[in-house]
Design a binder for this molecule. Sequence first.
Ligand code: NIG
Ligand code: FE
Length: 421
Amino acid sequence: ENKIDLLVHNIGRLVTMQGQGEAGPRTGNAMAQVGEISKGAVAIVDGTIYAVGSEDEVRAKIAGMNVAQELDAEGRLVTPGLIDAHTHLVHGGSREHELDLKLKGVSYLDILASGGGILSTVRSTRKATEQELYDKARRSLDIMLLQGMTTVEAKSGYGLTLEDELKQLTVARSLNETHPVELVSTFMGAHAVPEEYKGRADEYVDLVINVMLPEVKRQGLAQFCDVFCEHGVFTVEQSRKILTAAKELGFGIKIHADEIEPMGGAQLAGELGCISAEHLLAATDEGFAAMQQAGTVAVCLPATSFNLRLKTHARARRMIEMGVPVAISTDYNPGSSPTESIQLVMTLGCLNLGLTPEEVMTAITVNAAHAIGKANTVGSLEVGKQADLVIFNANNLAYLPYHFGINHVNTVVKRGRVVVA
Ligand code: NIG
Ligand code: FE
């Protein structure tokens, strides 16, 4: 090699997220280590990081090489591209009509039980064409990219028929091929019991296992399988059955666990070796212990508890104390969390979950990457990794969650290409 494609220099603070040797997701004190360097630079070749460190080191390493393009960060903060490990990106319609019910005190599960909530979005998604779903999700991805997100997980689960689940997953695949944001797909046929199976949940579970999972696998449309294990949705037994079948087919497995009622979903995540467990507001210490044993990442979703007006929060500090790695995500979806703003989630992660700005950064980079099986390529700025990075209009990390409700992004680079300028 004798040419650098892009040199990002004059970085005031460079948050590399380089760790102290350990390969897995981070927990305990390691969540506060962000590998910060002052006066840094990053040199990129072919979309990959060629050199990263202090500007002096980087310039020494690239001495004599041609630099095709220089990007002056003007003393700003630079971090790895942000990762959203949990979204329900592709769906039809919106649910602002439920705001009024929510203000009257009707609970999320009651709205669902009366045919609204997820089931309302299922009706809109079934009606929507592939093109309509694509256009709507693409607008959300544009917002996510402007927020600094360069890798996003996307779940199906608003089709609940083979055809409509495949439709959602196909849209995600097209978006991954045509949008700068990189997508990781999760099949979530077990997101709710569809209306036509009301009272016959076990039959629907059989459909998911015998028909949907094998076809999604055959078409290579998803890397992960997720289940909504919740009172009035899928039981622990049904969740175990689906996730066991998914695992046998070679899917990585995830679970929406103990969000509202403590059902033992976190224990199940540990028992089955889920890569992540989500929500966890009602999870017990026994659940955390099981997750710690299995190395399951806790994906906390503080915008969801905020938007559902819940009085409690996920016990993220306790998780970290018990050795559970924590990630945080938007949970972007039309019901429980209608926001693409990872920066708002950063603030809620600090103020409502009690995470420090450094822990928040770990939670939306390295740990989020582990939660979606992408830690080998994204989540930190290291030689050989993908050149995904964000320049923020800030000069330190704490400024981001502190000054809230606005967008701090200045520039986004994805695979070495400037995609937001
Ligand atoms: O993660 N909890 C289940 N699923 C989503 C909500 C989906 C919806 O309300 O449309 C969640 O919060
Ligand atoms: Fe979710």
